[in-house]
Design a protein around this ligand. Sequence first.
Ligand SMILES: [Mn+2]
Length: 331
Amino acid sequence: MGVDMMKISTMKEVCEQLVSADSILIFPHILMDGDTLGSSVALCLAMRAKGKVSHILIEDAIPGNLKFLDGGLCTTNIDVIEQPDVCIAVDCADIERFVRRRKKFLEGKSTLSIDHHKTAKYFADINFIDSAAAATGEIVYDMLAMLGIKPDKEQGEAIYAAILTDTGNFQYTNTTTRSHLITVDLFNLGIDHGYVNRMLYQNTRLQKLHISGKILNTIKMLAGGEAVMAYVTGDMLKEAGALMEDTEGASEMLRNISGVELSIFVKEAGKKDTKFSMRSKQWVDTTELSLKYDGGGHTKAAGCTIPAPIFEAMKMMEADVEEYFAKNKEK
Ligand SMILES: [Mn+2]
């Protein structure tokens, strides 16, 4: 298969760059999730084990339930490596996913990108994009194998966290045999899966439950009950004493409603910007809805920003949703 040949050679190229580099700076995307951070951590630890200077450069806070992954690898110090041999973006579909680190990224003697988003842009010198991978963590696992590195417990737990979070604990349809097989191998390597699950999921801030309650009160059904929209504003966060990161998972929670095919969670991102996070169950392609506003993502999980105040932007999106369902239901 031509595509597979291309895939292999591209991963080889990525690995060759890593092998020949002495210093490697790793770039997870903003609003970090388990995949971007877990993949970055596994890669960083593996590179350090190979005797290389490696750090993870971040520009925003690590969500509370992901802090256990860090282990002091993450820094906000842009000068942590002066001129890195390699700058590698992890799980970033677009260079806009690291706005304030963009200049630093481009300072790398070579720039790499590894990602699995369907809408990934080829912004680096070398791009390895595999949209069949359920998580970028799977790509990192394959890369370590290609580099002859057997993940240790810490690396294995980071990869496991990446796969768990991006597959919704193996529930989403992006889950493959491969996701399970990699996990089997990680279990055999002796990871403490109970620990990872406790850290990820049994570690909820009380404020998260408070803000969830407020969000649930905003539920509006669309498309005759097949779509649902709910929102959060800055004022709601203040009242609940919560942070925006406490709304993580709201889209998935809304999608769980029976009869719902599409869920949209709306965030007020300042007075003039509104963020939309979409999830679908079976047939809605969320990238179609998000691309109209320059967004992107996966078939069943995508997002975009509309440059308008929240209630105005929601009206625009509501119209798009009604139109999408009217058009696609006829088929
Ligand atoms: Mn991912």
